[in-house]
Structure formats: structure tokens, C-alpha cells
Design a protein around this ligand. Sequence first.
Ligand code: FUL
Length: 457
Amino acid sequence: MTINAFAAVPPPAPYGPVPSPRQLQWERGQMEAFVHFGMNTFTNKEWGYGDESPSLFNPTDFDANQIVGVIKKAGFQGLVLTCKHHDGFCLWPSKYTEHSVKNSPWMDGKGDVVRLISDACHKQGLKFGVYLSPWDRNRADYGTPSYITYYRNQLRELLTNYGPIFEVWFDGANGGDGYYGGARTTRTINGNYYDWANTYKLVRELQPNAVMFGGPDVRWVGNEAGYAPDPCWETSEGPEVGTNKSNAWIPAECDVSIRPGWFYHPQEDNQVKTVSQLLDIYFNSVGKGCNLILNIPPDKEGQIYPTDAKNVDEFGSIIRKTFAKDIAKGATVTASETRGNDPRYSPSNVVKGGRNSYWCTDDGVTTATLTLKLKKPTTFNVVRIMEYIPLGQRVEAFSLDYEQDGKWTEFASGTSVGYQRLLRVPEITADAVRLRITKSAASPVISDIGLFQLPGE
Ligand code: FUL
């Protein structure tokens, strides 16, 4: 008889709701770009009334490769295009309406912005997503049941003819005054009008890997500034909304424009967000366990304006360079305890730079310490902590200390971690760094602790 000297300890059970594979994949992409382009670009408006003539849509030098190239190079995982905004004008030749590019002078009515952008995305290795405004100020039947059929027909066109879709964006702005086929009235809609459950079903059927913003997969963070609240739990919709005790995994997405408006306006050319503002937004969105969707609107030529392109490029390159070098790699890690003393849950997993392994404790343990002894005294100003979210969001409070010349000093603390928590701290030179988990809803499961140096601005 052989006696197994080491009986493998099973992993912890998940705590609360956990992400679906499509959510996990989307969260790991961290940020996407929004592209607001359409009739408003040519009328210099934010919200078109719906009575604009298709003849006004006429980009002079539309270049999908330039738009997609800028976004890809900056490091975004994908791009979400406003295929139809509230004014109802369609950027693709939908067979269900005349209010589209097919009646514009651009490319003699033969153009298709959705085709050109989605093709360029797929060619350049960027994911493609669609925004289709539920509110339509052009349609005569908006507010009646036939409009819902129209909306779903359009969604079917977009989700069938343009390759894989990674995100479908359902905007919450709804109802109000508009052209409505010439009626020029105000239409209010009731809560059940859209019958969302069946629209969600259609998306699942046509694009099972797509996440739905404003639907079952991704929630609005609650503002359009790009700043998540603190804490920002990845769970929502339950008895305790906005806590980590609710019953659905619905991470937040922070939508913000690089300009004051969502559409391009020449008068805002000197109000493009600076690299430092973009970095602040990054740390307050991606750094709080959310995804960032940054809007970069093409101009009337049909390209990203040089200032926007330059700032987004510099922002992307700073992020890339900062996170390419993890100072914590190679550190010796010890923990207050390790689950069953099983090496599969070894503390050293947190400095592997990966998110597929983790350190964890025995069940029932809700406070713990992880200490990283650095190879040599090292300077950093950013700390990254990641939970292994396939087992849920568990940590509720933590503190960070550093050791210098044998003396420990606390330098940061926080509550939620989730997929990722980034802390920007004053420059610290340390011999060792310690994560103290002071409160956890279930035994903590940590996949990464990283230390980085963001270059001075
Ligand atoms: C809002 C819309 O009304 C804005 O025009 C923009 O599209 C923004 C992303 O969502 O609800």
C-alpha cells in the first residue's frame, strides 16, 4: 500500500457571484475606445433632432485605418462605434430605413462606415463593438411596438454582417422631443416599452461572446467623467446594490470623452484632455477594478484629430512602459499562512505576474499578511493588487506597509480590490513591502502583487 504523503487540498469555493467567461475576457482587456461619429459630426451638435438631411453627411477624407491604427497602437482592446445615435442616422446602409449613408453624397451613397471600421479592426487585431441608440428621434413609429421590431432588425444586421462583436452598448438616454417622421412631438416611453429581455436573448443568440453594456453583463459607473467611486464593487443588482454581497456579477464601465463633447466640435480643439488627465482617469477607472471606455471622436475629414491622436498615443505608451517592468518579480514572498501548506497556493504565485495562479488561506481565515522581500532596495510609485476573480470578490479592506532599514511604515490602504486595484503612491524606496488584508468576506485569494514606477510627468 502506498501512502500519499501529500494529499492535495481542494481550492476554496467561490464566494458570491462570479464572472462569466465573456465578462472575464472583457475585464482582462481593461480598456476600449468609443468612437462617436455620425450626423452630429457635420451639424456640430451633441444630440441631433432627427430631421437632418442625409446629404449633410460627407467626410472629406475618411480613413478607417487611421482611426483604428491610433486606437490599436495606444493599447485599447477594442472599439465601440456609434452605428446609430439618437438622431437615427445610420452609418451603414440598413435595408430598413432610408435615413442612412446610402442617401449621402459620401462615396456616392455606396459607403459603409460600419464595414470599413469593422474590417480595419479585424485586420489590425482590434475587437469591434456596436452602439445602437434605442432612442430614435427620426423614426415616425418611435414609441409604438413596430419600432421595437425595427430596432431588433437593425441589431440583427449589425450582429450578423460585421464579424465577431465583443460589446453591444445600450444607451440609457431615452424619449423626449424629436422630429419623429415630421410629427415634431415629445414622446415618453414607459419602463417596459423596449422589452429588453427579448433583445438580450437576440444578442446572446447572434453573438454569444459579446458583453452587453446597460444590460446583463456590464453596468454604467454612474458618471461620464471616467472616475469610479471608491469602493466600486464588481457585483451589483441585489439586496445590497453596490456591495460585495449582492447576487450578480456586473462590473462597471467608465465612459468618458477625450473632449468635453462626445462628438467632434472644432471649437473644442484646444480642450483635448492632456496625457496627465488621461493617466488620472486610468488610475481612477481601470485602477478601481472597472473597464475604461475612452471616446476619441473623428473629425469632419473622418479621421482622429492630431491633438487627440498624439495625447492618446503618449498615454498608451506610458501605460505600456510602466507595466512592462514589475519590480516585485523575483521577490521572496512569505505569508501569515498558506492553504493546507499546499505549494499550489504558494505565496510566490503573487509575483509571477500572472493571473492564473494564486495564493490563498484556509477557509474561515479572513485576515492575512503577505510580505515581499525585494532583491534589493527598490523605488516604486504604483502598487497593483489583483484578486483571482473566478472565485469571486472577497477582500473588503487592506493596508500596505513598506520596510526601510528595519522600520515598517503604512503607506496606503483601501477597500475593494476585484480584478485589479492600482494605487498611485508617493515615490517609495523599500527593502520589503507588506500587504495586510484586514477584512475579507471569505478567505482571501490573491493572484498578483506588482510594484511599478510611473515616469514623472
Ligand atoms: C449618453 C448619450 O446621450 C450621449 O450622447 C453619449 O452617446 C453617451 C455615451 O451616452 O447617454
